[in-house]
Design a protein. Structure first.
Length: 384
């Protein structure tokens, strides 16, 4: 492994995405510089293109099938010991590490964890509704929006299906009964939503709640601890994702970020030690939360001091984090996700029949499955 090289990393342009990484890099001068890209690039930009320009990438786990096909990222197994990888898996919350595993190899380690949770203006909504029926009733009284921009219309659909008792990913994607119920629920909420809220990504929706400027409640949106901590503006209250009935599953899709090492890069021992340091539980519990990060370590989510500093963000969403669902990740899935989300969003805004929307979704899904070049199709929650 080479020494004395300055490496280039790419993360995403939000304090949760860059402050901790940049502060950590300053601890080791001349080792690593971080650049930033918008959230939409993190969610959808082809990883192979970015891998041609950077040494480290902060990635979204649905890209792992594409990554494996392009062979543009080094699996952790080529660099780190089995004992280290096992330790990262044990110490991470929920499916954080497993979400980056494909065909028996891990393509990133989880720097942080996020999932869809409920977000509210606590001045108007003292406690979040626990069930979807309560969400629907609340939407008639206060400004309630769904997260529909970019890929999030599909992810919201997935999460409602999960709450209804079915994991998406079968050959037909989702059964008729569950899919139509989810789409009908989304249509009812969209009809009452503040105008223009469907164009806002999760960060913009949380900004709107924090600024008390038109949205008071979002039942499913990726949580950002940065908006939960006391500040000069309004605090956003976060709570568990809604369920159908007390005791039921809290349907939510796993998010978060992983750090991946580009295939063409030969890492130095100093760089590997730096990456190991980022994954230490003491770093995850201390340094990362202190620098606007959202850790992946289970111990950080349980830590009383971390929770006090974050306005109890972690404790309030812990159950959802533990059970959040891992999306399909086969090569070609990202294109399906983008097209399917646009299909749902347009159908909701145009008030199209749910049966027509489901037919279009299934056509897109079947095309994605037909185009997948490896038999690692995600069916009923299996993690290749």
């Amino acid at each position: 492994m080479m020494e004395s090289r300055r490496f280039k990393g790419l993360t995403w342009d939000h304090p949760r995405g860059y402050r901790a990484l940049e502060a950590a890099a300053r601890r080791v001068p001349e080792l690593l510089d971080w650049s930033r890209q918008p959230l939409e690039g993190f969610e959808s930009h082809p990883v192979a293109d970015l891998a041609a320009r950077y040494d480290l990438l902060v990635i979204d786990h649905p890209h792992v099938g594409e990554i494996a096909k392009e062979d543009c990222i080094r699996p952790l197994e080529e660099i780190f010991s089995p004992e280290e990888i096992e330790q990262w898996g044990r110490q991470s919350i929920g499916a954080a590490l497993r979400s980056y595993r494909w065909d028996g190899r891990h393509y990133a380690f989880p720097l942080d964890v996020a999932m869809q949770v409920a977000a509210r203006d606590p001045d108007l909504v003292a406690s979040a509704p626990d069930t979807w029926d309560e969400v629907l009733r609340l939407s008639h009284r206060i400004p309630t929006a769904l997260s529909l921009a970019g890929p999030h219309a599909l992810l919201t659909f997935y999460s409602i299906c999960l709450a209804l008792g079915e994991e998406p990913g079968s050959v037909e994607l989702v059964s008729d009964v569950v899919a139509l119920a989810a789409l009908d629920m989304m249509r009812a909420l969209t009809a009452n939503a503040p105008r223009g809220s469907e164009t806002l990504n999760p960060i913009a929706q949380l900004e709107t709640i924090a600024n008390r400027s038109g949205i008071a409640f979002v039942p499913l949106v990726f949580g950002y601890v940065n908006y939960a901590a006391p500040s000069s503006r309004g605090v956003v209250g976060f709570s568990e994702a809604p369920r159908i009935a007390p005791g039921g599953r809290r349907g939510s899709v796993l998010g978060g970020t992983g750090i991946a090492l580009v295939r063409r890069t030969e890492p130095s021992l100093a760089l590997l030690d730096h990456l190991r340091w980022l994954m230490l539980e003491e770093t995850q519990t201390g340094f990362i939360p202190a620098h606007a990060g959202q850790p992946s370590a289970l111990s950080a989510w349980r830590d009383p001091s971390v929770n006090i500093a974050s306005g109890e963000f972690y404790a309030a969403t812990f159950e959802t984090a533990m059970s959040a669902w891992v999306r399909p990740r086969f090569d070609g899935y990202i294109a399906f996700q983008n097209r399917a989300s646009a299909t749902i969003r347009d159908a909701l805004l145009n008030d199209d029949p749910a049966t027509d929307t489901l037919k279009r979704l299934r056509t897109l899904w079947q095309c994605a499955l037909d185009g997948a070049q490896r038999d690692f199709i995600f069916i009923q929650g299996q993690l290749p």
